[in-house]
Design a protein around this ligand. Structure first.
Ligand SMILES: Cc1cc2nc3c(=O)[nH]c(=O)nc-3n(C[C@H](O)[C@H](O)[C@H](O)COP(=O)(O)OP(=O)(O)OC[C@H]3O[C@@H](n4cnc5c(N)ncnc54)[C@H](O)[C@@H]3O)c2cc1C
Length: 440
């Protein structure tokens, strides 16, 4: 595979807490040539959601995962099932896509959260759900002013009124810390992503999808009106293919994708369970999933078992030196924001790859000039809901039927290429510098 980062970025990248909470239910490996209607490359939320929805429609669908169940970002994220998926600010979305385009996108964001809620319910997936919407915390007085001003936009865009919590009321909401106020938007919830992933896999299998692991697709060719996907154990021939590889996309599969995705590392730490005294000392007792107003934001939540999860951007590189630096930075930021928990043991620490697109909006649609090939990727670190959603969308689109869910036009635009080709990671450097400078 042709990849941008050092090999360590394509490994487990640490000890993931979720792996301790769910036993891996292994899928078989491809061991012979086979044929199916639709093959899906990648077994994360995008791939599994597509597989489930296709199988429910009676389509013969096969998922090919290079590693094992839950190995990618879907099995190692922060578990925020929330609005989002684009990095483009609202003003840019409006300028590029107009009020109608923005409305389509907002409808999809909300439908994505609803979809996951429905999947958990319909397939009886117990994923330790908590949090009523999500809470954004202002890290400066100016950011608090912006949060208050943003309430009108939330009403206009999502039809909901955020609850504004001024600084002097944060303590009574159990949101103690160096914050100047908070806004809770009542859409979204938190979950254990590995439990959700395992439940989704079971549901897909139950509906008739066949899932394979240790079956990396190393070659994708179109011949005689069909797609041929080469894996070490055999070739899968399919009428149509859905690429669901997001941050782990190989830059040459197919060559069209070269330079169109930018994987970015995200890092997470999880503490030991925190006792009452520690929670009281920090003044953080809220079950809300939360993030701050920084450009390079921190996201965090107290989980039902009282472990605290804290995440932020990862390193620019995946060398031992860069990884040590980011391990130090995440600890320093955690200690700065939650000083009373400095002594708490960090039991788990890991990283994974998310995926940026040049237009800062996801892509979900047919791959131009590749008949029968579809792709869904680029959720900008916000894919628990959106990846599940684009998977369901692609299930319709790949069957050639009108999507049963909003399919925003901004998702259908052919993704552009980043500048600098194989060196495009360098474009992150100024963003990180500026972010760090502005976020102080
Ligand atoms: C540390 C971290 C924290 C995050 N936190 C959040 C959060 O709190 N909320 C949120 O909404 N989002 C979060 N995200 C983002 C979210 O996890 C992703 O957007 C989402 O999981 C993407 O799902 P996916 O199925 O598209 O990709 P993935 O889950 O990454 O799956 C892609 C799969 O494709 C496989 N693959 C790649 N190439 C091939 C090939 N050639 N053949 C076969 N298989 C292949 C990979 O092995 C991988 O398993 C986070 C991500 C990370 C890394």
């Amino acid at each position: 595979m042709k990849r941008l980062y050092e090999p360590a970025a394509y490994g487990p990248q640490g000890a993931c807490w979720w792996a301790d909470t769910v036993a891996i239910d292994p899928w078989p490996q491809v061991q012979s040539d086979m044929r199916c209607d639709i093959a899906i490359i990648g077994g994360g939320f995008t791939g599994l959601s597509a597989a489930l929805h296709l199988a429910q429609d009676g389509i013969d669908v096969v998922v090919l995962e290079a590693e094992h169940a839950g190995w990618g970002a879907s099995g190692r994220n922060g578990g925020f099932c929330c609005l989002g998926g684009a990095k483009a600010p609202r003003s840019l979305l409006l300028r590029r896509h107009g009020a109608e385009g923005l409305a389509e996108w907002r409808a999809a964001e909300m439908a994505a959260v609803e979809l996951v809620g429905g999947l958990l319910r319909d397939h009886a997936i117990d994923a330790d759900r908590h949090s009523e919407g999500e809470t954004q915390l202002a890290h400066t007085p100016k950011a608090w002013a912006r949060l208050q001003a943003g309430a009108d936009e939330a009403r206009a865009d999502y039809g909901v009124s955020p609850t504004l919590i001024p600084q002097d009321a944060l303590a009574e909401h159990g949101l103690g810390g160096p914050w100047y106020g908070a806004a809770t938007t009542p859409i979204g919830f938190a979950l254990n992503p590995r439990k959700y992933h395992a439940g989704l896999a079971r549901a897909a299998q139950g509906a008739g999808a066949t899932l394979y692991q240790d079956s990396a697709v190393t070659r994708l060719r179109r011949r005689d009106g069909a797609w041929h996907l080469t894996t070490a154990g055999g070739t899968v021939t399919a009428d149509r293919v859905i690429m669901a590889t997001n941050g782990y996309t190989s830059d040459d599969l197919p060559p069209w994708i070269a330079g169109r995705t930018l994987p970015v590392q995200s890092s997470v730490i999880v503490t030991e369970p925190l006792d009452d005294d520690l929670l009281a000392a920090q003044g953080w007792t809220s079950a809300q999933m939360a993030y701050d107003t920084r450009h390079l934001l921190h996201y965090f939540r107290l989980m039902p078992d009282r472990r605290f999860l804290f995440g932020m951007r990862g390193g620019l590189r995946a060398t031992p030196r860069a990884q040590a630096a980011i391990a130090q930075k995440i600890r320093a930021d955690f200690a700065r924001l939650f000083p009373a928990w400095q002594g708490a043991r960090i039991t788990h620490e890991w990283a994974g790859l998310v995926c940026l697109m040049a237009r800062l909006t996801p892509f979900a649609g047919p791959v131009p000039e590749h008949p029968g090939l579809f792709a869904a990727l680029g959720y900008h670190g916000n894919g628990v809901a959106m990846a599940s959603y684009t998977g369901a969308l692609m299930a319709d689109v790949a069957q050639g039927r009108a999507p049963r869910r909003p399919w925003p036009r901004l998702m259908q635009a052919t993704p552009g290429r980043f500048p600098l080709g194989p060196f495009r990671r360098a474009t992150l450097l100024p963003a990180y510098w500026l972010g760090d400078a502005f976020d102080l």
